[in-house]
Design a protein around this ligand. Structure first.
Ligand code: ADP
Length: 172
């Protein structure tokens, strides 16, 4: 039987931290399916189409990874529909642990045959989040260490006309 894992998230946008986790999990499972979703509690910078295109481009060298769009339904139902009995998530710190253990427990109440497997973030990516990267880019900082070049360009294109990139301070 093929071992399929579902990795759901908003990926707004995909970062080197996500990619590291996907690369590692692609060694553990026959197929890793990334479900790019709409997260109602977050305001997205990129549309779902843009997030899918950026992830596709960033993951093109990993053969057993595919991407699906997830805009409705429970994560466990998406997993069951593609034959995945594992939901993959990543943990960077104790805050992630709290959050992920709550979701994992809730998911278990909805479908007890699907397990959540969490991978611990690589040490050098523990501080990385899509939102911190967007914040650095918004203020004109260097994000080249944190995202693939295609994502770096896409973020800068979004922010290129933003006034926050110009240094502005006033002595008070
Ligand atoms: P969501 O909106 O579902 O939290 P994210 O795209 O922010 O989606 O994250 C998806 C998953 O990837 C989460 O489990 C998150 O903890 C994990 N993750 C995010 N950044 C990293 C990272 N730098 N290293 C490892 N895992 C990460």
């Amino acid at each position: 039987m093929k071992r399929i894992a579902l990795y759901p998230g908003s990926f707004d946008p995909i970062t080197n931290g996500h990619i590291d986790l996907i690369r590692r999990s692609s060694q553990l499972y026959d197929e890793v399916v990334i479900a790019i979703s709409f997260n109602s509690s977050k305001k997205n910078l990129f549309s779902i189409e843009e997030r899918i295109a950026l992830a596709k481009d960033s993951l093109k060298d990993i053969p057993n990874v595919s991407i699906i769009r997830h805009t409705g339904g429970l994560t466990v139902d998406v997993a069951a529909s593609i034959g995945a009995n594992v939901i993959l998530r990543g943990i960077r710190n104790t805050q992630d642990f709290e959050y992920e253990s709550n979701i994992a427990t809730l998911n278990k109440t909805q479908n007890s045959s699907i397990e959540t497997v969490v991978l611990i973030a690589a040490e050098h990516y523990r501080f990385l989040s899509s939102s911190m990267i967007k914040e650095i880019a918004l203020f004109g900082g260097d994000i080249s260490l944190f995202v693939p070049p295609v994502v770096e360009k896409a973020i800068y294109d979004k922010y290129k006309n933003d006034v926050k990139r110009n240094l502005h301070t006033e002595r008070q």
